[in-house]
Structure formats: C-alpha cells, structure tokens
Design a protein around this ligand. Structure first.
Ligand SMILES: NC(=O)c1ccc[n+]([C@@H]2O[C@H](COP(=O)([O-])OP(=O)(O)OC[C@H]3O[C@@H](n4cnc5c(N)ncnc54)[C@H](OP(=O)(O)O)[C@@H]3O)[C@@H](O)[C@H]2O)c1
Length: 296
C-alpha cells in the first residue's frame, strides 16, 4: 500500500461541532515501552499523518496502572506523554478521554460513583493534559446492570460549567443511550466491537448513526484478545482478503469496522511506529460488498 496515505483517507465525522478524521488513535498502548521517546515519536507521527482524534484516559498508566516508581522506573501516564509530545496542541486536535475508572495511591483501581469522584477525575485529566477544558468525555460504565442517569447527570453539570465540551458513554447498551439522551446531548458511544466480537452491537451502531452519534469501537484489532493485544490468529477469510489487498490482517480488521457505517470512528492503539503507519493506511482500503460478505 502507498505510504503517503493520511488519516483523512476514510473521511470525516462531526463530534458535535468538532470535525475529526474517522481514522484516529488510541493512547492506551503508548505507555508500554519504558523508552518514553518511542511514545513521543508515535504520537507526533500520528498527528503528522493527519490524526486529529485521540482517545485517552488518566488511568492509562504503566507500570501496573498504579502511580509510583517501580524497577521499570517512574509511572508513564498516557496523558502526560500526549502533553509532552503535542502541546501546544494543534487547533483541530480533539482529545477524547474517559472517566469512571481511576487509580490513586490509596485505593488502587476504583470506580467513581459520586459527583466529587467524577469531578476529581475530570480535573486530573485537565491537569495531566494541560488544558482548561476537555473536548469529549465518555462516562465509562463498569457496572453494566444499573442506571447511569445519576452519573451522567453529574457529568452534564460539569459540561454546563464549561469543563467539558461534549459527552459520550462507553461500555454501554442501547437502553443506556435512551437513558442518557434526555439528560444531555451525546456525541459518541465507545464499545468493544470487532468483526468477530460483540456483533450484537451491529444494530446499536446503526441506532447511533440514526441519532447522529459516533460509534467508536475499541479492540477492533485485538478482538477477543482484548487487553492482551492483537489477535494471534486470523480466519481464512481475513487472511485471503489481506493477501488480495497486499495488506495485513490487522488492516483488514480495521477497514472492516470503518465499512460498517459512516459514524464508525477507528481508534487503533499501538506503541509501534511501523504499526501506526499501517493502521493509518488501512483507512484507504476499500472492500467490496462481496468481500465484506466473506467476513460475515
Ligand atoms: N472505553 C474502553 O473501555 C476502552 C477499553 C480499551 C481500550 N480503549 C481505547 O481503545 C483503543 C484501542 O484499543 P486497544 O489499543 O486496546 O486495542 P486494538 O487497537 O484493538 O489493538 C491493539 C493491539 O494490537 C497491536 N497492534 C496495533 N496495530 C497493529 C498492527 N498494525 N499490526 C499488528 N499489531 C498491531 C498492538 O500492539 P503494538 O503496540 O505492538 O502495536 C496492541 O497489542 C485503546 O488504545 C484505548 O484508547 C477503550
């Protein structure tokens, strides 16, 4: 595939009043390498390649996710790497973060369940990123069974106060969207989804499209491997399409998500500069209806 492809190749989408290229970048993997300069290089290259939608979280931190110093050196925070690499931020850069899960030295990993805890997490993102407001904040739901109305309402108050520009929800079902929409406008839903996982969201992503809301899949490459990383093996159909397009299986997985609907935004995560280039290039892949049918 040509190497001059940019993140604009797959077109754009509007998160409220903010226009982003549909091919974005997920920052969860950039803390993996103890050499900070690699993460800095990946982030700067992403922006150079036209990425203007970055997904992050204050709790994306390594080692161990818990702040402190280990044998591996001081904790690396995705947000601080983003700030070091990209501030002063390009005008068109949209940084999406998430609250709900958090880490702190006293409690380790915890789930925010009060207005004060959510506000603390929003302020932590502001501080780490060095911004006076957050472009997009997802309420990342950890306990899927209950109501999200109260927590979403508290975030809506922070939006009204000017700390947040737009809201979204993550790890949610359609009834959560129905519950949140009357409280405040939403610009995105971020769920785990790929060509071979969570296909129950096939209809949900179209519901989002009908309502003008972006659907942002995570683990599009990782699939069932989730946090462990890229899928170790691919189906024969994915391999065949990869061979036909002179592409990698990971590129086919990414391209498949973008072909599901114009409101799907990709946020592939990598700490590897070569993988970054490949992922951006996947936005230029065109799969025919017949090819897509072989994957379903
Ligand atoms: N809302 C939520 O609850 C939630 C949960 C998880 C993640 N997220 C967000 O979604 C983003 C995407 O998820 P993710 O990063 O976990 O998973 P992913 O993008 O599906 O896959 C990332 C994994 O695949 C590897 N990879 C990436 N590009 C590759 C390529 N071209 N060829 C081969 N391997 C490749 C990465 O390793 P290398 O680093 O070695 O490339 C990493 O192990 C995250 O970065 C994060 O911003 C959100």
């Amino acid at each position: 595939m040509p190497s001059d492809i940019t993140a604009a190749a797959a077109g754009t989408w509007k998160l409220g009043d903010l226009t982003v290229n549909r091919m974005g970048f997920g920052a969860m993997r950039i803390t993996a390498n103890p050499d900070r300069s690699v993460a800095i290089r990946v982030l700067r290259r992403a922006v150079e390649l036209g990425v203007n939608h970055l997904d992050t979280a204050a709790f994306y931190a390594t080692p161990g996710g818990t702040p402190g110093i280990s044998d591996e050196g001081p904790t690396r925070y995705a947000n601080e790497l983003i700030r070091e690499a990209l501030a002063p931020y390009p005008e068109d850069l949209v940084i999406t973060t998430k609250v709900g899960p958090g880490v702190n030295p006293e409690r380790g990993f915890y789930n925010a369940t009060t207005a004060a805890e959510l506000r603390t997490q929003v302020e932590e993102n502001l501080r780490q990123l060095g911004r006076d407001h957050l472009d997009v904040v997802n309420l990342r739901v950890m306990d899927g069974s209950g109501s999200i109305a109260e927590r979403f309402g508290w975030l809506a108050e922070l939006r009204d106060a000017g700390l947040i520009r737009h809201l979204g929800i993550s790890n949610v079902r359609p009834d959560h969207l129905d519950e949140a929409e009357p409280i405040a406008p939403l610009v995105c839903v971020q769920n785990s989804y790929s060509l071979d996982t969570h296909r129950s969201d096939d209809t949900f992503l179209r519901t989002c499209a009908d309502r003008g809301i972006a659907y942002v899949p995570f683990f599009a490459i990782a699939g069932a491997s989730g946090g462990r990383g890229a899928m170790p093996a691919s189906s024969a159909a994915v391999q065949a399409l990869a061979a036909a397009h002179n592409a990698t299986t990971q590129q086919i997985r990414l391209a498949w998500t973008l072909h599901q609907s114009p409101n799907v935004l990709a946020i592939p995560g990598t700490g590897n500069p070569a993988h970054l280039d490949e992922n951006i290039a996947a936005g230029a892949l065109t799969l025919t209806p017949e090819e897509l049918a072989t994957l379903t």
